[in-house]
Design a protein around this ligand. Sequence first.
Ligand SMILES: *Cc1c(COP(=O)(O)O)cnc(C)c1O
Length: 238
Amino acid sequence: MDESSAYGRRVADIRERIAAAARRGGRDPGAVPLLAVSKTFPAEAVRALAEAGQRAFAESYVQEAEAKQAELADLSLDWHFIGPLQSNKAGRVATAFPWVHSVDRAKIARALDRHRTGQPPLDVCLQVNISDEASKSGCAPEEAPALATRIRDECPHLRLRGLMAIPAPGATSEESRPAFRRLAGLLAELRETVPGPPWDTLSMGMSGDFEVAVEEGATHVRVGSALFGERTYPGKTD
Ligand SMILES: *Cc1c(COP(=O)(O)O)cnc(C)c1O
């Protein structure tokens, strides 16, 4: 078995589990894109997964992502940024990625907007802290309407697609279900209270909990270790 067919089996298995979860949730089994989270894994691993048919990849660290994108420039891949954002890196993120899932404050939104000129609008999700713990990333759910309104009204180069969340670390998938449900509820609320943007995206679910996330309405799941294997180091925090 060569490497790309091993990846092919893993992708097929995860796609099947996503489709089964979508059916359990009464949803279209083909409607949930799989984002392969390639942070900390080398460009060769991305290439092998791309040869197995995977097109959408997600990265968390700007410098690492730029290096991989340069090495893989011959492939036509969709890149999503899902990591913590700092204003001094916003320009590089805004030009190198068509999607950013981790916008959690107005300052970052404005910085991304300023740098996204001469390109199609940047698709963004608000990252929301739905797990009620002292996590450093994600806006509070009650801050989401005001932040969304500002982005809609003040950031013409950003297109608000939806919400992203990372549940409390260590929780089982069933323990995360209420958090996923809250995020879906918040998206439904924003459709009413902040009309205009497409509001078609719920980015939730990782290797340990993507099936429950899909049952609760996820439209994009972000799967790393179940595709690439365990990460041996958490990654550079550049
Ligand atoms: C690393 C990461 C993932 C993937 O996590 P796995 O448990 O390896 O699937 C998903 N989302 C975000 C925001 C991440 O940082």
